[in-house]
Design a protein around this ligand. Structure first.
Ligand SMILES: Nc1ncnc2c1ncn2[C@@H]1O[C@H](COP(=O)(O)OP(=O)(O)OP(=O)(O)O)[C@@H](O)[C@H]1O
Ligand SMILES: [Mg+2]
Length: 855
């Protein structure tokens, strides 16, 4: 097609602005995609997760890739003219009737029609079907040889045209053309639009326009070199295969030929053999013509791998080898927590370090793993767990082990470093040539301008893997940043992405969206899903349930004490809460009120402490918080102090004391993880442990990172273990393995179900041998029950689409919702049970998944 002969300026342009690179054809791995909704469910008493075959809080579904919107409806080719926003590229072009001319090589002339332009809006022609064309454009001139500026997309509808650049921005508009001329517009024809001249290169189907595909550049199949666009956003491109395919002379080849055999037997039963390269891949990356050898994952590892992990390893292998996408070597493994992302990566690293598909030359020499500080040692341990200490030497950077040692060590091929340490040692890290980069808990790279991201981007390593258990599709901009990190340029520039995907998708979600906008948004979302799904893999926890021991979840509704009730009533009658309910919500005083009620639910002494602190800080006397506390001090006994707490003051603490006593008596060999979101509450729980003589250990935000793994290890070691592990869910949550415990108690509840799920997954995960018991403590009739109900209904609505970073500050409450939150149900023994409309009087076990809760 003529397009390939498009003028050189086009390339110049495209080098500046990264364009779309559509995915290659070589998607050998067959991955399931399901889009079922999650079903909310409540369990009042014991619920056996296994018996319910996947129902429950952690219930979720296998799913791949980023965006949750799916298009099922076919889109008619109405285009977007009627819903088109104002031209925001160059100045809106004056309507200009231009004559289209059948261009011959000899006479590339275009004659303006001497007709007065009519300013007629596209909306005047709602019934016409839009037609779409790929075009090249340049400034209007009479020169024979045009200086084409670049590609564009032309939308013709009725008597009007719109010209969009490849970033989706309007760069020209015109009206007053003859409808029949526009209808018969065809390849090779030319048209004037304002001061621009265009030549039609081809017709675009409505399907391709609606999906946004037409804004992607032409590329070959999956195994071509990185394009100009991909290089433009990267460091100078160095082929990821350059270490491998050094051409060797013929004699050497001959000598080595007898060694060209797979490291492990590909025909052995249970062998995991990586897909063979396509001829294109070989042409590109095997210039020396070395024999193609099967890459077979070490059977030592394969014997331990779960089916989804084998699938994940193949997927990662294809991504980093550039087999799934043309010239792209990045991947995002977004499996839910506990699915063994670490093991999948270790298997990949080990395979790539020792094997090569072309002449057996190792695919990588050195790998860099960047992880939160608390997980550095855990990574090392996992390497040892799965590969032993003889096979591979991994180097972890800390105060005593400096990067220089790694640089000087021929023994080590894997460097594990925390994000913080990476920033501190960036200069040295930059001098090392890594061939694979793995970023654990990589959702922190969701902002491309933060230091960590720019530091990592500065490393000239193209094979980049992000690991994250957190769904990443909530925020389309953050989603873009993560994708841009692993596969730079694949979604074009940020402004292109916004125009082509984000804006139509956001618009489509709005209730006021027109039919056309909905169809367009749906199509764009589907295309984004398809494109990103080629290098994002997400499986949910359900996939692993069958390998885990049963999980029983209990919700313990605890009656508040008389002191709690009196304080609660007083708080609700305060001026601050009343003004919240009247909708006067400046400075978010409702958050302070919610905080005070939650403290009270945990233990009145926490509220007492807050009151005292306010009293000692007269400068804040006029604050909302001070007003909220007015009169509360008098309700506490005269001799009350915040340090001499007793468990009789808190309903939940009373229940907890009984629960701990029961476990220690009935299951003395089993251990407990006790979780709170608040350090101060953990202090109280710690006092309680001391009081009853329970051995305990503790991990919270203040625990030095260097000590964390040691604390975890000794807890998981049954010979050295404490009975109770006090855990701050926010500080220690992600990534920790606490399988030494089989009981987990959530002392308080978070707005974000993901925080609690994260905590639960520390115990109910691979490696757990016992039935796991999860207990959630809620103060009856209080705000805690409300949060729980909200948690369930929101979880049901949004499925796994929750983001750990969302806290109550991010939640918007309507006045109605606040009214509901700020009610104390004193006459109910369990509001949640009342909502079930069950008349069992609390005698029935609500473990039937069919039980209705919040519909
Ligand atoms: N195939 C397996 N067999 C037995 N144990 C396994 C297997 N795969 C992983 N594990 C264990 O499961 C636990 C969880 O794995 P890992 O920490 O890699 O999960 P993750 O996907 O990174 O989760 P998170 O998002 O919480 O970090 C680890 O203790 C790991 O050793
Ligand atoms: Mg992990």
């Amino acid at each position: 097609m003529r397009r390939s002969a498009a003028p050189s300026q086009r390339l110049g342009n495209s080098a500046k602005k990264p364009r779309f690179i559509p995915p290659g054809k070589n998607n050998t791995i067959c991955l399931k995609k399901e889009n079922e909704q999650l079903v909310p469910e409540i369990k009042l008493t014991e619920v056996d997760e296994k018996q319910q075959s996947g129902s429950g809080h952690i219930r979720a579904h296998s799913r791949i890739c980023g965006i949750n919107i799916n298009s099922t409806r076919a889109v008619e080719s109405l285009g977007e003219i009627s819903s088109m926003e104002k031209c925001n590229g160059e100045k809106e072009c004056e309507a200009a009737g231009m004559k289209k001319v059948n261009r011959t090589k000899a006479d590339p002339v275009h004659v303006p029609i001497p007709e007065i332009a009519r300013h007629k809006k596209e909306e005047d022609e709602p019934d016409c079907l839009a037609k779409y064309f790929s075009v090249v454009w340049c400034k209007a001139s009479k020169k024979k040889h045009k200086k084409w500026e670049g590609d564009a997309v032309l939308i013709a509808k009725g008597k009007s045209v719109i010209l969009k650049d490849m970033e989706g921005k309007d760069i020209g508009r015109g009206t007053g053309y003859k409808s029949k001329d526009l209808e018969s517009l065809d390849e090779g024809q030319m048209l004037m639009i304002g001061g621009k001249e265009i030549e039609v290169m081809g017709i675009i189907s409505a399907e391709d326009f609606n999906s946004g595909k037409c804004f992607q550049t032409d590329v070959g199949t999956s195994t071509t070199v990185p394009t100009a666009s991909s290089q433009s956003t990267l460091k100078p491109f160095c082929s990821p295969f350059k270490n491998v395919c050094k051409p060797s002379n013929k004699e050497n080849l001959l000598k080595e030929s007898q060694n060209y055999k797979p490291r492990h037997d590909p025909n052995a039963s249970n062998s995991l053999v990586m897909p063979r390269p396509t001829p294109d891949h070989q042409r590109m990356f095997n210039k020396a013509g070395l024999p193609v050898v099967d890459v077979v994952v070490d059977p030592y590892l394969v014997n331990h791998l779960r089916p989804h992990q084998k699938e994940g390893i193949v997927f990662l292998y294809e991504c980093v080898m550039g087999m799934r996408l043309s010239g792209r070597f990045g991947a995002i493994l977004a499996d839910e927590m506990g699915l063994g992302k670490t093991l999948q990566c270790i298997s990949l690293v080990w395979t790539l370090l020792r094997q090569g598909l072309y002449g057996c030359k190792p695919i990588i020499k050195q790998a860099l793993i960047v992880t939160p500080g608390s997980l550095v040692k855990n990574w090392k341990k996992e390497f040892q767990k799965w590969l032993g200490s003889e096979r591979i030497k991994v180097f972890t950077v800390d105060q005593d082990n400096k990067v220089e040692e790694f640089i000087n060590s021929p023994l080590h091929s894997v460097l594990i470093i925390s994000y913080e340490m990476l920033l501190r040692t960036l200069d040295q890290i930059q001098t090392i040539e890594f061939n694979l980069l793995i970023c654990d808990e990589g959702h922190r790279l969701k902002n491309s301008s933060i230091k960590t991201t720019t530091a990592l981007v500065s490393l000239s390593c193209e094979r980049r893997i992000i690991l994250t258990g957190t769904p990443i599709q909530n925020d389309l901009q953050e989603f873009y940043a993560l994708i841009e990190f692993v596969n730079p340029g694949i979604l074009g520039s940020l402004s292109t992405y916004r125009k082509i995907y984000e804006e139509p998708i956001i618009r489509f979600r709005e209730p006021s969206a027109t039919k056309e906008e909905k169809e367009l948004g749906e199509k764009r979302a589907a295309e984004l899903t398809r494109l990103t799904g080629l290098f994002i893999l997400r499986r949910t926890q359900e996939i692993i349930n069958e390998f885990l021991p049963p999980k029983k979840e209990s919700i313990l509704f605890c009656r508040p004490t008389a002191l709690q009730l009196e304080l609660y009533r007083k708080l609700l009658s305060s001026r601050v809460i009343r003004s919240c309910l009247q909708g006067v919500l400046e400075n978010s005083p409702h958050l302070i009120c919610i905080g005070a009620l939650k403290k009270l639910c945990n233990h009145p002494c926490l509220l007492f402490k807050a009151i005292k602190e306010k009293e000692c800080n007269p400068t804040c006397d006029e604050s909302e918080e001070s007003h909220l506390y007015e009169g509360l001090r008098d309700i506490f006994p005269q001799d009350y102090t915040s340090t001499t707490f007793t468990e009789t003051d808190s309903g939940k603490l009373q229940v907890l004391a009984k629960l701990l006593a029961a476990i220690s008596e009935l299951r003395p060999s089993e251990r407990i993880v006790l979780v709170s979101n608040y350090t101060q509450t953990l202090n109280i729980l710690q006092e309680m442990c001391k009081h009853y003589g329970y051995s305990y250990t503790r991990l919270d935000g203040h625990t030095p990172i260097s000590q964390r793994q040691q604390i975890v290890d000794s807890f998981n070691n049954k010979f050295r273990s404490a009975f109770i592990f006090l855990l701050s869910s926010k500080a220690g949550g992600v990534g920790l393995n606490l399988v030494g415990a089989s009981h987990l108690i959530l002392y308080d509840i978070d707005w974000n179900p993901a925080t609690d799920i994260q905590a639960m997954a520390r115990v109910w995960r691979d490696g757990q041998k016992h039935t796991v018991h999860i207990y959630r403590l809620l103060t009856t009739g209080s705000i805690e029950e409300k949060i729980y109900q909200r948690q369930i209904s929101k979880q049901g609505l949004s499925g796994a689409v929750v983001d750990l970073s969302k806290t109550s500050e991010h939640i918007r409450f309507s006045t109605e919702e606040l009214k509901n939150l700020f009610i104390l149900h004193e006459d109910s023994s369990c509001v949640t049970h009342d909502l079930l409309e069950c008349n069992c009087m609390g005698k029935k076990d609500h473990q039937n998944p069919q039980d209705p809760f919040i519909s």
